[in-house]
Design a protein around this ligand. Structure first.
Ligand code: FAD
Length: 285
């Protein structure tokens, strides 16, 4: 027997998030990525959804494709903002008909310029709606924000609204990505103190492109620690060094999360296999 267990035990469950491709080139890329990530035996994969209906059918088509072509158990993301109860009802019927067992239920964000907020204001209302219409048919995942949702006035009310999603019927949560594990551990502790018992799975964003990461992080309120930002800036156009450093940082984050009790890891793949594989190989997978 090894003196030290491998850093990421083989039993640590994984899930991978994809976005729905819109062009033939993107579709081919998703297929290549799905083939490469299949071997890790993910518990499920998920497919994002564009609020306001722009990628409405892309999501369901992609979910169907991931199930049928790649044999995954694919979970659609479903956001309520900008949608009517009737539109959401139809989508739920479709997802049930194509055999989806899990849904990632979100409020979503309206694209700028889109006026109507929709019939359901918050994710908690969407979850209550799904439960009312379909009982326990779907396993419902929700979003969680260890560094606080960017539109939230304060961390405590954000936590209270997170608990409201659990009280409405969420089975599990996936966090926004972060690079400071303490933010996750504090969030989980605070949620447990409020009586939240569901698994809270850290969302992991591999690092491969600094300017893209900076843009995403500004939009979603994720903090890039100064020491990481400074190192990335120093690498400039040296893409290989950014990738190596990024994979080391994220693998170390994952090790600490697993050691601290994270139930599984959810990777934001951005439809690329390599950055996720670079992290997983450092974890002994
Ligand atoms: P909610 O939980 O409804 O919270 C939104 C805001 O409202 C928070 O600030 C909260 O504190 C506040 N709030 C909640 N309830 C109340 C209340 N009763 N009264 C007052 N304030 C309240 N976006 C997409 O468009 N498509 C995707 O596919 C997608 N996938 C995601 C996957 C994950 C794992 C995560 C973490 C996020 C994802 N997002 C996606 C982004 C998400 O839609 C945005 O962060 C959105 O702004 C919030 O969604 P939510 O479900 O967390 O909202």
């Amino acid at each position: 027997m090894d003196a030290f267990p491998p850093p990421c035990p083989p039993m640590t469950a994984l899930s991978f998030e994809f976005y729905p491709p819109k062009t033939d080139e993107q579709r081919a890329q998703l297929d290549r990525t799905a083939e490469k990530l299949k071997g890790y035996g993910p518990e499920y994969v998920s497919c994002t959804f564009g609020a306001g209906g722009s990628t409405l059918s892309y999501t369901s088509e992609t979910v169907r494709h991931l199930n049928q072509q790649h044999g995954f158990s694919a979970a659609p993301h479903l956001s309520c903002v900008g949608g009517s109860r009737e539109e959401i009802r139809e989508l739920l019927k479709l997802y049930r008909a194509i055999g989806c067992k899990r849904i990632v239920a979100l409020r979503g964000d309206l694209p700028s310029g889109m006026g109507h907020p929709g019939d359901l204001r918050y994710a908690s209302e969407l979850i209550a709606f799904i439960r009312a219409e379909h009982g326990d048919t779907f396993h419902i995942e929700v979003g969680a924000y260890p560094e606080t949702h960017p539109q939230s006035d304060d961390a405590l009310s954000d936590l209270k609204y997170f608990k409201a999603k659990v009280d409405a019927g969420a089975d599990g949560a996936i966090t926004q990505y972060f690079y400071n594990p303490d933010a996750y551990f504090h969030f989980v502790d605070a949620a447990r103190k409020l009586g939240v018992g569901i698994p809270i799975v850290p969302g992991i964003m591999p690092i491969s492109n600094y300017s893209q990461l900076k843009r995403f992080s500004e939009a979603c309120g994720a903090e890039i620690p100064r020491w990481i930002a400074k190192r990335m800036q120093a690498y400039g156009d040296d893409v290989d060094s950014i990738r190596e450093f990024g994979a080391d940082v994220v693998a170390n984050l994952c090790e600490r999360l697993i050691a601290g009790g994270a139930p599984s890891l959810h990777f934001y793949t951005l439809n690329l296999a390599k950055p996720t594989q670079a992290v997983l190989s450092r974890l002994g997978r």
